[in-house]
Design a protein around this ligand. Structure first.
Ligand code: ATP
Ligand code: MG
Length: 437
């Protein structure tokens, strides 16, 4: 059986199901998004962290919780072929960041604000907005206990939507309280669901005594009514938890960030406490959560570090880009400055030296590529120049080169305007073009 699958794959050599190639021009949208994120993170003083894509399996089992969708059915796990060590392709990156922070004693001198971008892997049913390799951008503030950092992270995500020009994103907020408060809630939840056990699906029945909070996270529409009426965590929280939550809310209110309270919002991993939140859009069907996060004050200790509080979020890159597309927003692209038309092979050494100088000035220049036998007709070269979208054609004709000149022909504004430049002067033209950009 396995051999047969391998044989078919070998014949076809196509990408793994649910894992996508990101090609130009689409990849330019990704680069643009990443650029906006880098800008944003710098403005909020978050530094970049890059951790491995493969981590020891127990890291995820311990941090996400054994009875979660991810650990129960979504992880790509395998054994190291030499020593049999259980390894997993990261399904999320909070666990990896916390592992790195602990391993390198990064909180030794105080809190750290970090962000990451990269691929994550979950064995899910592929559909729009849900892939097996997908990409997340995440921000984590570690070593800070104050509500102002929860608020800062939410404000930062909100600022990102503005920077990207995203609308139709709403914020949902909840507080999960502290472990001892959850214990009380858990007992009430079990009692409630036990009374309605006939309405629970198979997954939920199994989870009833293992991890009843997970039942609130169900995606089964038949159970929505039941879950809606379940005991609410917020009613089990004491003064300190409520105060923390109210502080977050006061900062959001003062900043005009609208939100709705969703007592059912529990998130898909077990490591959260106090504030949890999701940014949701109605425009992407059931894959409407574009970003989720919250506080995880006990995770660092759980992974073996000195106890320290933390809070963070992660957004789904595919979903954010999909939403942008849904809104018909174009991302700004920079057109080519010039396309080099080189009629004769002999002109290449001088022409390419000139192009190097232009690129050193910062110009984006595409060179016409020949066949080895020749460069192709002028007609073909100009067709390509037009199709490239370049603003100018640079013509390195034999006549021009014999006088150390190059013709700059405008292909867009004032089409056809031609100017001769000396090969040494053309860098000034480039610098001038740059200063206008
Ligand atoms: P969902 O409820 O849609 O399954 P989740 O709660 O599992 O999402 P998180 O683990 O919180 O998602 O991950 C944060 C974000 O990553 C999500 O809000 C979503 O935008 C994105 N995401 C999660 N899983 C996928 C996936 N399989 N494909 C694409 N994006 C995903
Ligand atoms: Mg999920």
């Amino acid at each position: 059986m396995t051999e047969k699958i391998i044989a078919t794959r070998a014949n076809k050599l196509v990408a793994v199901k649910g894992m996508n190639d990101i090609l130009p021009p689409e990849s330019a949208r990704w680069e643009w998004l990443e650029e906006q994120v880098r800008k944003l993170m710098a403005r909020y003083a978050y530094g970049n962290i890059r951790t491995p894509i493969v981590e020891p399996t127990p890291l995820f089992v311990r941090s996400l919780g054994e009875v979660t969708d991810i650990v129960e059915k979504e992880m790509y796990s395998f054994e190291d072929r030499l020593n049999g060590e259980p390894l997993t392709l990261r399904p999320e990156n909070t666990a990896g960041v916390v592992r790195a922070v602990v391993e390198h004693s990064m909180l030794y001198e105080g809190g750290k604000r970090l962000y990451y971008m990269g691929p994550m892997f979950r064995h899910e049913r592929p559909q729009r907005g849900r892939y097996r390799q997908f990409h997340q951008i995440g921000a984590e503030a570690l070593g800070f206990s104050g509500a102002e950092v929860d608020a800062e992270l939410i404000l930062m995500a909100d600022a990102l939507w503005k920077l990207l020009g995203l609308n139709d994103v709403r914020l949902e907020l909840n507080s999960l309280g502290q472990p001892e408060e959850r214990k009380l809630h858990r007992a009430a939840l079990i009692a409630y669901f036990e009374q309605h056990v006939d309405q629970l699906d198979e997954d939920s029945r199994r989870r009833l005594h293992l991890n009843p909070l997970r039942i609130l996270d169900t995606k089964n529409p038949a159970m929505q009514g039941l879950v809606e009426a379940a005991p609410k965590l917020i009613d089990f929280q004491g003064e300190a938890s409520l105060k923390h939550f109210n502080r977050v809310r006061a900062i959001l209110d003062a900043n005009g960030v609208a939100y709705s309270l969703n007592p059912r919002l529990v998130r898909g991993m077990d490591y959260y406490n106090l504030t949890v939140f999701e940014f949701i859009t109605t425009r992407l069907g059931s894959q409407g959560t574009i970003c989720g996060g919250g506080r995880f004050d006990y995770l660092i200790e759980q992974i073996g570090g000195k106890p320290a509080p933390a809070v963070g979020w992660a957004l789904g890159v595919e979903r954010v880009l999909e939403l942008l597309k849904e809104q018909n927003s174009d991302v700004p692209t920079r057109p080519l400055d010039a396309y080099a038309v080189v009629p004769e092979l002999d002109a290449l050494p001088v022409a390419m030296k000139c192009l190097q100088a232009l690129r050193a000035e910062g110009l984006c220049v595409q060179m016409h590529a020949g066949t080895g036998e020749g460069m192709g007709s002028m007609k073909t070269q100009f067709k390509r120049a037009d199709a490239s979208g370049a603003r100018h054609a640079l013509i390195f004709g034999a006549d021009e080169l014999s006088q150390n000149l190059v013709t700059v022909k405008s292909l867009r504004d004032g089409v056809g305007t031609q100017t001769l430049y000396s090969l040494t002067q053309v860098a000034d033209w480039a610098a001038n073009l740059q200063s206008q950009a």
